[in-house]
Design a binder for this molecule. Sequence first.
Ligand code: ADP
Length: 673
Amino acid sequence: MSRISPGKEARLQVDGELRGILDELPGLVWSARQDGSVELLSRRWSEYTGKDDAELVGWAWMDADLIHPDDHATVVESWGAIRASGKEGRMEARLRRADGVYRWFQIQAGPVLDDHGDVVGWWGLNTDIDDQKQAQAQANGEQRLLEMITRGEPTAAILEGVVRLVERGSTSLRASILLLDEDGVTLRHAAVLSLPRSYTEVIDGAPIGPDAFSCGTAVWRRELVVLADIEKDPLGALFRANALAHGLRACWSTPMLSSDGRVLGAFGIYATEPRTPTKPELELLERCSRVTSIAIERSQSEEALRRSEAYRAEAERSSRTGTFGYDIQRREFTLSDGVCEIVGVPSRTRLPLAELASRIHEGDRERVTEVVRQALRDGTTFEYEHRLVMEDGSVKLVRVVGRSRVTAAGNHEIVGAATDITASRRAADELQRAQAALTHVSRVTTLGELAASIAHEVNQPLAAIVADANAAMNWLAADPPDLLRVRESLTAIIGDGERAGRVLLRIRSLLSRTPPRRRPCSLNDVVRDVVPLVAPELARQGLVVQQVLVPDLPQVVGDPVQLQQVVLNLMLNAAEASKDVPPERRRVVIRTFVERRASGSFVHVAVEDAGVGLDPAIDKARLFDAFYTTKENGLGMGLSISRSILERHGGKLWARPNEVFGATFEFAIMVPA
Ligand code: ADP
């Protein structure tokens, strides 16, 4: 507060030395009369405004086009309020410079008092705070952008915000953000605001390099590049004509780097006049490039995360697998989409233990709890299968693997994966059932085809029984009855009956699905048991069956019923193969023989025909594949089952073409030592 004497009418009188000091002060100094009208202005006023004092003193300043129109009312009001208060006060307003640019000022005013403390006039000081204001605005803008990044707002909006931050601060600056393509050599605009398309589309796709304008060079060198005069600087050659045509005269670029040092692109600021950047402009460039790098890096890592999340979700879906975490303290599960699908709850659900437990099949609940408890106690991994009961009552089979661990925060949790194995388990079960059924079907159909020959086999003894019974009746009816003959007939009947019984027994054992019973047996007997079954039927087809069995064949250990089935299959195949060949070739030879080797003795059974033979184009191993058949009504299971029977006996079954006609199928089983 200034005190001036003497008297109330005293006015601010400054001259000489004091005036010289006021004129040198780095602000716009002024004084006003008691009523508020401006009286005196320091020299810098005319320098700044380009106006004579006469245009501003008194109340002329109000109409002098000095105050920014938006700030005019505030200034008038504040100045009135300060005067009314009689105290020092301050306000902010934009004042027009001689070149038309408005700059922010802080306007301070205080009363000049006389000895009685009465206001006799006013002093004033206007300080240029435009640079601080600008810096503050930029800092606020940067802050807002960082908040946008944190909130996860779209990258495009953030980049646009950065460009706006540069361009709003000055009418002569333009900003551009160029991103480096995945190829690591080409640049592409990611955000521009006032740079026209006709300019940017020429630059899009330009490669980086040691002299590729300012942005391309900044990325290449990984350092700030200042192109102070596009017209003259050799670095400007690449886009010179284009830049000048759009009124761009300078360009300053800085590379944008990720936190691990990768170059993401370049941030560029153009100026409409040739010059180097001021210190605040360089800081602005630096800040903008930093914010942009953060936004881009975030969007890239989000994209990578989204991609890996998509891969994981796809993998989960196709493998019917999912992952989960269980927070032991909170007794709550966090489930991946895959597990949600398995459990049948909406995606991304947290599920309380009680709710998940209620979906576990009652019969499995206790066991599952015990396994998990045990794993928690021992800190080991665990694995179990359990049933899940769906809302519609259907049941799923799930395999779970997991382990307990301690989180960084010291909490105990369980992490694991669950797989829906309902379908695969069902398929495995069905396959097993199908195999069992096929084995059975194969025997039954094979025998079904033989119904005629079986009937023939059984018919013979039956017919004999009837004939013998008739004879016995006749001998009984004779007078006197010839009991000797009757006894002979009855003995024959018993023999025939036993024969028929044996046939039936054989058929029954072939048809039965009883598990294999191993015992020492002779392969000669196996052949002898089967041949009479098929021979009559084969004979009807004009096929001659010949047995060449070596005497004293050593016994092997095996299931005679299964081995009979093999011989039966081979004989039927031989018959089928011989169906359409000339009559003289319709013969099947069954041989048994012993082969002695260093490793031991083997009994062989070979079924040889002169039929159509093996197709040389077909790999012989394929014949033994399940469902491989060349017959219209074939099942393709005979050889496959036969081979597996032999494998179960530790033996082998193979095929080979004969020298002239047909094929030989042969198997061998080792003789126990
Ligand atoms: P299927 O009799 O139902 O065809 P198999 O497993 O018994 O099934 O036989 C598979 C295939 O092997 C037959 O379709 C046939 O092409 C071939 N094959 C089997 N035995 C002979 C044989 N003795 N001569 C020629 N080909 C044969």
